[in-house]
Design a protein around this ligand. Structure first.
Ligand code: NAP
Length: 284
């Protein structure tokens, strides 16, 4: 493996230290303790694991986090009612809604119910629209974390060709817009893209956000590329990404491991976004 490792745990640590300093400053100026409310329906294993990791990281950072658990058979209207109640609660600064939700309720519909200023994960239509317009917006934590990995490793973005594999609303699509906002030339690929390799081989920055283990092989990667792997897949009891890590690590210049790459940065960015919304509300 010759590529440089983009160490998500180290970047997360650096962000947490910045958040601690910002929080101390905010509190010293009389600001309230920022509080996140997580809405979780049922006990989907991935959602439950993410909630646990959020609670741990908020405890570690000295921030408040409450979890609103609804039963697995909770109705769409009970979810919307919970979100409205949290939106009206002045002690809650940020709201994060976990999927899955009771069908046919979508995450976008649930997010549209919350007060836009409490959206800490770029899910409210106002933030989605602002991001699409290239205006300042609260963007989803995971792609913001991906940018942090690039920026802190001083990987140039402007003028480079970024190829994003996956157009999902929480990773691929917003990251494509964030990269465009930083003047990359962006290509977005998806499951209907024919000859995926012909696109990925052109990438200076290759983003994998498809949720397909081993999708990106060495022959699909340009020598010297930077590879960000957002995939979270369980294969034979092991957590693996979308990138065949060992072989791509011989071709790429820099690569995120799974685990320990993009994942840990998401939580640190969430801490930062909760403090930011609390600051904005106090200032406003
Ligand atoms: P998603 O909404 O289901 O989107 C997946 C995207 O991948 C879709 O656009 C799909 O194309 C595309 N795709 C699927 N198979 C493909 C293929 N063979 N070739 C090219 N494109 C393909 O999923 P998501 O929520 O964005 O999540 C993507 C991955 O990121 C998952 O593994 C998820 O667990 C992980 N994730 C990681 C973090 C983190 O912190 N690291 C956070 C959130 C999610 P179509 O649009 O055509 O269907």
């Amino acid at each position: 493996m010759t590529a440089r490792l983009l160490d998500g745990r180290a970047v997360a640590r650096a962000i947490r230290e910045e958040v601690a300093a910002d929080l101390a400053d905010f509190r010293a100026a009389g600001g309230p303790l920022p509080r996140l409310a997580v809405v979780q329906v049922g006990e989907d294993p991935a959602a439950a694991a993410y909630t646990r990791s959020i609670v741990r990281s908020f405890e570690g950072a000295g921030l408040a986090c409450t979890v609103e658990r609804l039963p697995a058979d909770g109705t769409a209207s009970s979810v919307l009612e919970t979100i409205r109640r949290l939106s009206d609660d002045p002690a809650v600064h940020g709201i994060l809604v976990q999927s899955p939700l009771p069908g046919p309720l979508t995450l976008a519909e649930a997010a549209a119910t919350m007060a836009a200023e409490k959206d800490v994960d770029g899910a409210h239509p106002l933030n989605v629209g602002l991001l699409a317009l290239g205006r300042p917006a609260v963007a989803p934590c995971t792609p913001v974390g991906g940018l942090e990995l690039l920026l802190r490793a001083e990987i140039p973005i402007a003028g480079r060709h970024a190829v994003v594999v996956g157009r999902g609303p929480t990773v691929g699509r917003p990251l494509a817009l964030l990269l465009l906002g930083l003047d990359a030339t962006v290509t977005v690929c998806h499951s209907r893209t024919p000859d995926l390799a012909s696109f990925t081989r052109e990438a200076d920055i290759l983003v994998a956000a498809a949720g397909r283990p081993g999708l990106i092989r060495a022959a699909m990667v340009k020598s010297g590329a930077t590879v960000l792997d957002f995939g979270v897949n369980e294969v034979d009891g092991q957590l693996v990404g979308d990138v065949a890590f060992n072989e791509v690590g011989e071709v790429a210049d820099a690569i995120t491991p799974v685990p320990g790459g993009t994942g840990p940065v998401t939580n640190a960015v969430l801490l930062r976004q909760v403090v930011q919304v609390a600051r904005r509300r106090t200032a406003g």
